[in-house]
Design a protein around this ligand. Structure first.
Ligand code: ATP
Length: 354
């Protein structure tokens, strides 16, 4: 029996609700599928934990996490802690500390789901956004001086290294190569930003020579937003920087129906460290505790986690159960329905059984 150790970090807000739903579905799947077992260990690291202990991750916490096969993460963010403290306290130390440099964000209109786009269907909107996840605009370099004075200064330095850019492009090309359309769009802003973004463009075309079967094109980040809305069918895989892809993938999730659908995988492709799987949405205070959080993003990321662990068949099975659930119209309020998180979870479990 193959056994995988999963660290579950529900975090804040609806993170706790969707991770609990995800664990239910994953355990159901493992029991039906046979052949593998998932053992979950829960970590209580959250903003409440921070307020009580003064830290999100206790000393030795990252060392402990390293022993797991994967991390199943909910959300971080609370009204009681400034966002830059919570993000840099929990999610970023894991993503950066474990060199999870490839952030994979699929977006697709699932069966039965209505896209806000007039022409948004499963045939026209089927993308994967690859976000560089270790440097760029979120590298954490910068500082503030002369606090509180009129001459107060703040810098936020974007870091782009040839090694960092090259590895994300190579990852994106490989992923594009594995998809039927084999198309990769490079998104930068190399007209206004003439150093880091120009390096991105140059390295992209160097790496492209290794992948002659992948079609490529290039778009500025502002222009690609209009293309996403007006010509979704012309996009397949998109590679962009940490900040740009962060924004584009929220748009992609909304265009595919709801922020509650979009999954993400923070991958360390070399497998030197565990990878982390999470929904792209945040802690959504406006709906927390009401039992109506959409768990689909979490189920989808669970399917990606299974694939990463080498259980691709189980991952596919989970995806089919998700699609049958959306096709049957079992929707939480964000998708226009009145189902609860538990209703959607039960529906997915039923479809897994059948
Ligand atoms: P972050 O900055 O952490 O990404 P945010 O505050 O910008 O978070 P979210 O917490 O993701 O954004 O919520 C944005 C909106 O989307 C809210 O109105 C929220 O209710 C809705 N939303 C997000 N996730 C879900 C979900 N799983 N189910 C239903 N609605 C959701």
């Amino acid at each position: 029996m193959r056994e995988y150790k999963i660290a579950a970090i529900p975090g804040d807000g609806i993170g706790t609700e969707v991770i609990s739903a995800g664990v239910t579905v994953l355990n159901k799947l493992a029991s039906l599928q046979g052949g593998f077992k998932l053992s979950f260990e829960h970590f209580p690291w959250s903003s409440d934990y921070f307020l009580e202990h003064g830290h999100y991750i206790p000393e030795g916490g990252l060392e402990k996490l390293k022993q797991f096969d994967a991390i199943f993460f909910g959300a971080v963010g609370s009204t009681k802690v400034a966002d830059h403290i919570s993000l840099w306290g929990l999610r970023l130390p894991i993503a950066q500390g474990f060199d999870q440099y490839a952030n994979v964000r699929p977006a697709r209109v699932l069966p039965g789901v209505k896209s806000p786009l007039r022409n948004g269907t499963a045939e026209t909107l089927d993308w994967v956004i690859i976000r560089e996840n270790s440097e760029g605009e979120y590298s954490g370099h910068g500082g503030r001086a002369h606090r509180g004075l009129p001459i107060e200064t703040a810098t936020e330095v974007s870091i782009f290294t040839r090694a960092g850019v090259e590895r994300i492009h190579r990852f994106a090309f490989k992923l594009a190569q594995s998809r039927p359309r084999k198309h990769l769009t490079l998104v930068t802003k190399s007209n206004a930003q003439r150093f880091g973004m120009v390096l991105w463009d140059e390295v992209f075309y160097e790496v492209a020579k290794e992948f002659p079967d992948v079609k490529t094109d290039r778009e500025l980040v502002d222009a690609v937003t209009t293309r996403m809305v007006l010509k979704p069918q012309t996009l397949d895989v998109i590679v962009a920087t940490n900040l740009h892809a962060d924004i584009l993938s929220d748009l992609a999730a909304a265009l595919s129906g709801s922020l509650g659908i979009g999954p993400t995988a923070n991958l360390n492709p070399e497998r030197s460290f565990p990878s982390m799987f999470e929904p792209i949405h945040g802690s959504a205070f406006d709906i927390m505790g009401k039992g109506v959080a959409n768990p689909i993003a979490t189920f989808w990321t669970a399917s990606m986690m299974l694939e990463h662990l080498g259980e691709a068949e189980a991952g596919r099975k989970l995806m089919v159960a998700i699609e049958k659930t959306t096709e049957a119209g079992v929707f939480t309020p964000d998708l226009g329905g009145n189902a609860t998180t538990a209703d959607v979870t039960n529906a997915v479990c039923r479809f897994l059984e059948s």
